[in-house]
Design a protein around this ligand. Structure first.
Ligand SMILES: NC(=O)c1ccc[n+]([C@@H]2O[C@H](COP(=O)([O-])OP(=O)(O)OC[C@H]3O[C@@H](n4cnc5c(N)ncnc54)[C@H](O)[C@@H]3O)[C@@H](O)[C@H]2O)c1
Length: 255
């Protein structure tokens, strides 16, 4: 699964799923540009060494995205892989969600993917090939309570994925990756909101047929595979990596 000679941008690439992605793509031989608002991305780029670069960028803002993408393209001579991974979670129903909160979640989770694709695809076209991978969620298919803006943004990412796949085929592919619960700083922050984080974590474990939550590294391995020459016939799809979350009929478990 070599990515030698490929140039990748990973948004939200400082930590969590994005951090694992930055490491895995780099290990497979790609040059990796980490776009993040967290300076931890700088430490990670330093750790990775040659072929890694951190650029501070709020991916929900077009001026910052345009500038960062130009720098990324100049740094390594064009782009082959874009991983739109940056995302945030907020907890509210439709009637509780303020306009500001709605816009924030939409801008970080959805508009960022549009903006990054908009400013990355011309370079891919110049090189004659490329892939845009959008990190959606299993919540594009099933929904927990109190995450109305999040679920909406993750579902819309599947539409964006399809549009990119259709508009830029055959040279450019686009795939959405839909994880179940993954053990990242985002999950740990969510658990910390509960009076009993351990019990909620166990509920997360029990929801998955795999009887565990996912690791950032296994999501990163899927992304590296999709970005590689091993997956040229996969485009426009939403690929679930969710340990069987949501498959079991409620109440049917027998011990
Ligand atoms: N952890 C899960 O259980 C899970 C499940 C399904 C989908 N996802 C999705 O996977 C992606 C990564 O999630 P994670 O759990 O690793 O999250 P995380 O919070 O651990 O990491 C997200 C990264 O994105 C960065 N980021 C946030 N806003 C940004 C912005 N405006 N501009 C640039 N960078 C920004 C953060 O600084 C951070 O480094 C998200 O899109 C999330 O919705 C996560």
């Amino acid at each position: 699964m070599s990515l030698t000679g490929k140039n990748a941008v990973v948004t939200g690439g400082a930590k969590g799923i994005g951090g694992a992605c930055s490491k895995t793509l780099h290990r497979e031989g790609a040059n990796v540009v980490i776009l993040d608002i967290d300076p931890q991305g700088g430490q990670l780029a330093e750790e990775l060494g040659r072929g890694a670069l951190y650029l501070h960028c709020d991916v929900s803002k077009e001026t910052e995205v345009r500038e960062a993408m130009d720098k990324a393209i100049q740094a390594f001579g064009g782009l082959d892989i874009l991983v739109n991974n940056a995302g945030i979670q907020r907890y509210s129903t439709v009637t509780e969600t303020t306009e500001e909160e709605w816009d924030l979640v939409m801008n970080v989770n959805l508009k960022s993917a549009f903006l990054c694709a908009k400013h990355a695809i011309p370079s891919m076209q110049g090189k004659g090939a490329g892939i845009v991978i959008n990190v959606s969620s299993v919540q594009a298919f099933i929904t927990q309570n109190n995450v109305a803006p999040y679920t909406t943004s993750k579902t819309a990412l599947l539409g964006l994925t399809r549009s990119i796949a259709v508009d830029y085929a055959p040279k450019i592919r686009s795939v959405a990756v839909c994880p179940g619960t993954v053990d990242t700083p985002m999950l740990r922050d969510s658990l910390a909101l509960s009076p009993d984080p351990e019990a909620v974590f166990q509920e997360c474990v029990d929801m998955h047929l795999a009887q565990r939550v996912g690791s950032p590294e296994e999501v990163a391995e899927l992304i590296a595979f999709l970005a590689s020459d091993k997956a040229p016939f996969i485009t426009g799809q939403a690929i679930r990596i969710d340990g069987g979350l949501g498959l079991r009929v409620a109440g049917s478990k027998r011990d």
